[in-house]
Design a protein around this ligand. Structure first.
Ligand code: ZN
Length: 319
């Protein structure tokens, strides 16, 4: 297999409102496991909360910066506008009932590219879609035994994301030439590009919106999409490939649980390359992931000051 391709989504990071409400929704209602409670490494007075499967496998991870003091996002081009999560085939009836009982804002179910989809909004306006996906069954997935959601219905991980672009072909050329994507279909104005073989998290659906405003980050927006690379060598190859295609990537940044490179695709959406390792088990016992505030070693000397400004979180209310 060519090395000049990413392997699908590694994680998606979004901006939330108050941290406790974020925890109650993703752990309490969607039943995902809080696998890491840390801080934004560029803004250590803010949490960085990571939700995933029980093992924190790459490709299952949805993360949030709870920045409750900023304005709501402005939708428009240059942003990812929705994240989709894979759920097992036949589970949307369960999910629809569960979400309605909990007062979640749902849209009508849809069929997209042959898959059954339930679109919803999280408590802070983020667009999330649950997608019944066969692909999800073949992936690495560890059910979380303490989840309020039965294992057979649990979120299996990331399925894909939507991008809004001012100029479609500039971005699709970049995705195919530099990152290994291929065109997989067009439907209702959405253009699907897919990467990887039979993995979920391998889909981006793009729409061209030349008359829209430039989108702006705020509460309820997606901050960036991170794409999987195998290891440091693969990351270096992909970094060279996106540079050759005109992107301006950062140097490799040690995020402790993975190694990251950031760049904007030509339409303005922030992308990241992230290595599969070392992973979330590097600094915590797997049985106790997410229970205590974890800081990277260089922030550990400031633990007292950091803990003093973070809001206290209690275990998610189980819905
Ligand atoms: Zn990231």
């Amino acid at each position: 297999m060519s090395r000049q391709t990413v392997r699908g989504l590694h994680h998606v990071t979004a901006i939330a409102g108050p941290a406790q409400e974020n925890l109650d929704f993703y752990a309490g209602i969607l039943g995902m496991r809080l696998v890491k409670k840390s801080v934004n490494q560029d803004d250590p007075g803010t949490y960085h909360l990571f939700y995933a499967d029980a093992e924190g496998h790459p490709g299952t991870d949805l993360t949030f910066f709870p920045w409750s003091e900023i304005a709501p996002s402005r939708e428009g081009w240059g942003l990812s506008s929705e994240v989709s999560l894979a759920v097992p085939p036949g589970s949307l009836g369960y999910w629809s009932g569960r979400l309605q009982r909990n007062g979640v804002q749902l849209s009508e179910p849809e069929v997209r590219f042959g898959e059954h989809v339930l679109p919803l909004r999280d408590p802070h306006g983020l667009r999330v879609a649950l997608v019944e996906s066969d692909e999800s069954l073949g992936r690495s997935f560890g059910p979380w035994s303490d989840s309020p959601v039965p294992a057979e219905h649990q979120v299996r991980g990331l399925h894909g994301a939507r991008l809004v672009e001012r100029d479609l072909v500039t971005t699709t050329g970049f995705l195919t030439n530099a990152m290994g994507f291929r065109h997989a279909g067009t439907e209702n104005g959405w253009h699907r590009y897919t990467v990887g073989e039979h993995t979920s998290g391998g889909h981006v659906d793009l729409i061209e919106a030349p008359l829209a405003n430039r989108g702006a980050w705020g509460t309820g927006s997606i901050h960036h999409l991170a794409w999987r690379v195998d290891d440091d060598a693969h990351e270096a190859e992909m970094r060279a490939a996106v540079t050759a295609a005109g992107a301006q990537p950062t140097p490799v940044i040690d995020r402790f649980w993975f190694h990251s490179v950031y760049f904007r695709e030509p339409g303005g959406v922030l992308f990241e390359l992230a290595t599969d390792g070392p992973g979330f088990g590097v600094d915590e016992d797997r049985a106790r992931l997410g229970e205590k505030l974890v800081l990277p070693p260089w922030l550990e000397p400031n633990r007292g000051a950091i803990e003093a400004v973070l809001p206290k979180l209690t275990r998610a209310a189980v819905a």
